[in-house]
Design a protein around this ligand. Structure first.
Ligand SMILES: Nc1ncnc2c1ncn2[C@@H]1O[C@H](COP(=O)(O)OP(=O)(O)OP(=O)(O)O)[C@@H](O)[C@H]1O
Ligand SMILES: CC(C)(CO)[C@@H](O)C(=O)NCCC(=O)O
Length: 390
């Protein structure tokens, strides 16, 4: 090949490469401009409660959410401020919904982290529910330039719940053949339940978050808040931290699995020396939560932290079960659905609730639970801005 031919070929290659690179750059720039023109906020739904913040986001296609998705995965990997519940991911037409949790006290850290990434400029408004939508709206506006669009928490709760009931197969479960002693031990079998839409309403919904809200739900759009109690998941976590060495909900949960509440609680047997047969109260019936502690000179002797965690769990759960049962009686509903993050990875509590409802109602009522129990509010906020998903 002559020198001249070689020169021509090299020139063509260089020009080709330059053109290709320019095209690639133009494509990239077009994508960036396309991003900047769009408000990605409607891909999100946030619920900031008294204890936990919940964030769901719709990944329509990986390119569009680009950096946001990467951040969330990266954040997840390093277990920093937020945690992704990977097993909760839902497939919806044209995308996936991802689920994240963070402690509300770490919200400022999350905001700070986001601030150091440029993608927040692509998010101008974000639907948000829970008390935090009000409490933290200025923080989001001032630091990130994001306008939180406030959505009512109970309305979002119902929207999110209706969505999973309609679209997520095997979402609801109960415990069949409930027989248990009063310390939450039992062999009942976890069973998936499919209730036909025609038989669904009315039902009672008990949302166990920091506090507890109890709603009578008559249709997808009609509901009333019939009761509530301040003895909820926040009470359990707060008392655990106060009375034991456990520093987190997950630690307290692990401990309560191996704890023995009998060292802490007073049973009918402790009082009667056996059962109170006249009123069919067996010897192992819980008579007084933490009652044994009141009779001891040095209450902590012989009591382990795991026993305290277990006893607290039974105490809070039994009380919620009773308030739920009485509310169902008053509202004339047979099915009671329990949700909220207190029930997250908390099978002792859900079994105990199933048992309590069955016991008090003489098997006329049934307790049911959800796999996505803590995310309905955030899902409802997401759906408010993506009605096509409903
Ligand atoms: N990782 C966790 N950290 C803290 N609490 C947890 C965790 N996982 C489960 N919980 C339990 O979930 C409860 C909070 O539930 P949820 O997120 O449904 O309520 P919230 O939105 O924070 O409260 P509220 O609706 O009353 O404002 C806590 O009080 C605790 O019992
Ligand atoms: C205040 C809310 C609604 C916040 O989610 C919740 O924590 C709650 O229902 N608490 C119980 C309030 C009551 O005693 O009715």
């Amino acid at each position: 090949m002559s020198v001249a031919t070689r020169f021509v070929l090299a020139a063509i290659t260089v020009v080709g490469l330059v053109v290709l690179r320019k095209r690639k750059l133009q494509k990239l720039q077009a994508r960036i401009i396309y991003h900047r023109d769009k408000d990605l906020g409607h891909h999100f739904g946030m619920d900031v409660g008294g204890t936990l913040g919940k964030l769901v986001y719709l990944e329509k296609d990986a390119v569009e959410l680009g950096e946001v998705h990467e951040y969330l995965i990266e954040n997840d990997k390093y277990g920093k401020s937020a945690q992704r519940d990977a097993n909760m991911m839902l497939q919806v037409p044209g995308g996936h919904i991802h689920f994240l949790r963070f402690e509300t006290t770490k919200l400022e850290q999350v905001v700070e982290f986001v601030l150091h990434r440029c993608f927040h400029r692509d998010i101008r408004t974000m639907p948000c529910t829970g008390g935090g939508a009000f409490k933290f709206s200025k923080l989001f506006e001032d630091h990130l330039g994001i306008n939180l669009q406030k959505c009512d928490e109970l309305s979002c709760l119902i929207q999110g719940l209706s969505f999973v009931m309609r679209h997520v197969p095997d979402e609801c479960y109960t415990f069949k053949n409930v027989s248990m002693n009063h310390q939450g031990m039992g062999q009942a079998t976890k069973t998936i339940i499919h209730t036909p839409a025609s038989e669904l309403y009315p039902f009672l919904l008990v949302n166990i978050g920091s506090g507890v809200s109890i709603l009578k739900v008559s249709s997808e759009t009609e509901y009333t808040r019939v009761s509530g109690t301040s003895l909820g998941g926040g009470t359990y976590l707060g008392l655990c931290k106060l009375l034991s060495k456990y520093k987190s909900f997950d630690e307290a949960m692990d401990a309560s699995i191996v704890g023995d509440s009998n060292t802490v609680d007073m049973t009918v047997g402790d009082i009667y020396g056996g059962g109170y047969s006249q009123f069919k109260l067996s010897a192992d019936t819980l008579a007084s939560s933490f009652g044994k502690m009141g009779t001891k000179y040095e209450p902590k002797v012989g009591v382990r932290d795991e026993d305290v965690a277990r006893s607290l769990l039974i105490m809070i759960t039994t009380n919620i079960g009773q308030v739920a049962y009485l509310s169902a009686l008053r509202s004339n509903t047979q099915r009671i659905y329990f949700c909220g993050n207190f029930l997250r990875q908390n099978e002792i509590a859900s079994r105990q609730l199933a048992y309590a409802i069955d016991y008090w109602s003489k098997s006329k009522m049934e307790a049911q639970f959800f796999h996505h129990e803590g995310f309905f509010g955030a899902l409802g906020a997401l759906l408010a801005h993506n009605p096509e998903l409903i």
